[in-house]
Design a protein around this ligand. Sequence first.
Ligand SMILES: *[C@@H]1O[C@H](CO)[C@@H](O)[C@H](O)[C@H]1NC(C)=O
Ligand SMILES: *[C@@H]1O[C@H](CO)[C@@H](O)[C@H](O)[C@H]1NC(C)=O
Ligand SMILES: *[C@@H]1O[C@H](CO)[C@@H](O)[C@H](O)[C@H]1NC(C)=O
Ligand SMILES: *[C@@H]1O[C@H](CO)[C@@H](O)[C@H](O)[C@H]1NC(C)=O
Ligand SMILES: *[C@@H]1O[C@H](CO)[C@@H](O)[C@H](O)[C@H]1NC(C)=O
Ligand SMILES: *[C@@H]1O[C@H](CO)[C@@H](O)[C@H](O)[C@H]1NC(C)=O
Ligand SMILES: *[C@@H]1O[C@H](CO)[C@@H](O)[C@H](O)[C@H]1NC(C)=O
Ligand SMILES: *[C@@H]1O[C@H](CO)[C@@H](O)[C@H](O)[C@H]1NC(C)=O
Ligand SMILES: *[C@@H]1O[C@H](CO)[C@@H](O)[C@H](O)[C@H]1NC(C)=O
Ligand SMILES: *[C@@H]1O[C@H](CO)[C@@H](O)[C@H](O)[C@H]1NC(C)=O
Ligand SMILES: *[C@@H]1O[C@H](CO)[C@@H](O)[C@H](O)[C@H]1NC(C)=O
Ligand SMILES: [Cu+2]
Length: 620
Amino acid sequence: MANRVGDLLARVAALFFLFQCIQAKTVTHDFNVTWVMANPDGMYERKVVGINGQWPLPKIEVDKGDRLVVNMYNGLGDKSATIHWHGMFQNTTNDMDGPAMVTQCPIPPGSSFTYNFTINQSGTYWYHCHTDYCYPDGYRQALIVHDNETYFNDQYDEEFTVTLTDWYHELVEDIAPHFITYKNPTGAEPVPNSFLFNDTLNSNLPVKPGKTYLIRLINIGAFVAQYFYIEDHDFKIVEIDGVYTEPTNASTLYIATAQRYAVLVTMKNSTDKNYPIVTVADSQLLDTISPDLQLNQTNWLEYNASAPHPQADITVASCTDLDPYDDAKLVPYDRMPLLPDPDLSIDVTVYMENLDDGAGYALLNNISYTMPKVPLLYTAFSAGDLATNAEVYGDYTHATVLEHNQVVEIVLNNADTGSHPFHLHGHQFQVINRSPGYGEHFYDYADGDPVPYDSSDHAPFPDFPARRDTLVLPPQGYFVIRFVADNPGVWLFHCHIDWHLSQGLAMAFIEAPQQIQERTTIPQQAYDVCEAAGVPYKGNAAGNTENFLDLTGQNKQVAWLPSGFTTKGIVAMVFSCVSAFLGMAFISVYGASGIQSTKKQGEETPETTEANEASGESTS
Ligand SMILES: *[C@@H]1O[C@H](CO)[C@@H](O)[C@H](O)[C@H]1NC(C)=O
Ligand SMILES: *[C@@H]1O[C@H](CO)[C@@H](O)[C@H](O)[C@H]1NC(C)=O
Ligand SMILES: *[C@@H]1O[C@H](CO)[C@@H](O)[C@H](O)[C@H]1NC(C)=O
Ligand SMILES: *[C@@H]1O[C@H](CO)[C@@H](O)[C@H](O)[C@H]1NC(C)=O
Ligand SMILES: *[C@@H]1O[C@H](CO)[C@@H](O)[C@H](O)[C@H]1NC(C)=O
Ligand SMILES: *[C@@H]1O[C@H](CO)[C@@H](O)[C@H](O)[C@H]1NC(C)=O
Ligand SMILES: *[C@@H]1O[C@H](CO)[C@@H](O)[C@H](O)[C@H]1NC(C)=O
Ligand SMILES: *[C@@H]1O[C@H](CO)[C@@H](O)[C@H](O)[C@H]1NC(C)=O
Ligand SMILES: *[C@@H]1O[C@H](CO)[C@@H](O)[C@H](O)[C@H]1NC(C)=O
Ligand SMILES: *[C@@H]1O[C@H](CO)[C@@H](O)[C@H](O)[C@H]1NC(C)=O
Ligand SMILES: *[C@@H]1O[C@H](CO)[C@@H](O)[C@H](O)[C@H]1NC(C)=O
Ligand SMILES: [Cu+2]
């Protein structure tokens, strides 16, 4: 009898295993990436990056456990590209993560690359191009991983995915030359021309009375965070960045670039009205706001197509009066407890400074991330035992070696008056401290001095800290996060404002290099792409394959300003020189570019700055 039961159990187990195998399927997409024309805001038609001749791009939907295969052909003709699968752990498939010069070579025009990995997680994600300046041209879209075992599965009837984004009329290649240049010493970010909702304007989510909807919100923008609320409809937050949360009532969200929220919204029973879904761009991030820039947008929960679609009745004067739910207070549904004291604590500070060419750069401590000559992962592969020595990754990649399964803490301070949504590849991290929190004090620090984290005097850590993969660093404040280094790979930690990333606001974690060598295989196609791109795939950051500790010829960040010059001084001087020597030529070129980037409000304007003020200023 016992035998027969055992036999039966074995059969059931085998069947179950078979069932599991059948369940996990392969989802395959062929992406022929080419330029197409689009006019998503109805104001300007422009070239955008399309897939198979279409834009908006295809939303990818898979089930947890599936394998995703995307055969990408770069048919752009004039631009390299890659795809990053934002939020995917890529456990054992670090080579599929996507950032150019980190885990692969940029895929040049005319080349192909097959992304192929399994997905052992669920929720709301997105995919986007991850080479220098490329996703703001439209190469980004939602990636949804369904999981019918999610705790709120039986609590909703239908779901919507909505992307939010800033939108530029100009191609990034036309904007970029005016951004990191001595002509823009304050590093003023290009101001978008519009804000899109699901890649369009004035759209409707058709709803039925009494039903509950899961709405997945993704900020796929390059720069600007957006507030989100629905008139007369509160909702429950159930997920942030792929982490299910305890259901939490909220009425307003602040969704920074790259962040995701999933909310459950229950409809009213009446069908006589349609309700505005309101998005408000965070104007605090913008240096100038032209009168025709529409910061807030109305889209609708449409109960009744023939009823009026009223414009939002926004009751606050400024977006800073909106009171978004503080994501640091959310509790993950799995109640993963606070990680223990860290084995490694990394303490870095964000600075925005001018370097010797007069342009504005972003730095973490004293390093402005500068791409190595060899993708970091390939250096880890070719360095043998030296892969554990951070030096081989170069002096300007801010490479930090993590040991396998260490508890790692990052203390990120902000010496800048802007906020920065930081993203960590390959992990979800615990949010154990942040100051100031969301709410009325969020922007107050900008008027005083930065307040760095004090490990002996801080708010208590939560028992069950919120987890996510992208977190907003407040102006002149800080955050503290923890994660376990249980995912061998090379992972970027960076500001997701694409402009700031290009200014160098990034560092690289080389997590468990020995395990990377043991567990990851790099397919031949990856090296073929390097060959086609003319990028070396062996050696240290300088491409030296003989002596991994000799970094002669590595890419360097721009040199420091000569001592005696302060950033403020160089800004003033550059502006004076520019107006003196370039005069109208500069103004007309710059004006014609159509980029609305001028100095931050409250700072000196170039016109009023005296040249002698600049030369007279020195560090003391
Ligand atoms: C990609 O699309 C372009 C334009 O439609 C076409 O000319 C090209 O042959 C396609 N390439 C591939 C590999 O499908
Ligand atoms: C994807 O990877 C799996 C596992 O390595 C392999 O069996 C499969 O053939 C690959 N698929 C493609 C299309 O490359
Ligand atoms: C899949 O995820 C679970 C946790 O959700 C983890 O325990 C497991 O190790 C993961 N498996 C792989 C192969 O990554
Ligand atoms: C879960 O989804 C799979 C398909 O992915 C389906 O076969 C299965 O019946 C679903 N289970 C439940 C409990 O709905
Ligand atoms: C978003 O836009 C796509 C087309 O790009 C459309 O198929 C989809 O229905 C839209 N989603 C919502 C929620 O409106
Ligand atoms: C959340 O909102 C629901 C519906 O409005 C309400 O019944 C419930 O009491 C609220 N929960 C909390 C904790 O406020
Ligand atoms: C809608 O009607 C149902 C049943 O008649 C009721 O349970 C529910 O509370 C009503 N919802 C609202 C928002 O009034
Ligand atoms: C809404 O947009 C209008 C026009 O862009 C602007 O004047 C107003 O201040 C905005 N409201 C908020 C709260 O941002
Ligand atoms: C839809 O709105 C129209 C116009 O306001 C109204 O006449 C009609 O009764 C509404 N239909 C329903 C089903 O509520
Ligand atoms: C940053 O500071 C460290 C320690 O003082 C120094 O060794 C390193 O050379 C500096 N790096 C740069 C790029 O200035
Ligand atoms: C990666 O997989 C290993 C073992 O399969 C697991 O222990 C670890 O938790 C996973 N890490 C992540 C971030 O999924
Ligand atoms: Cu930033």
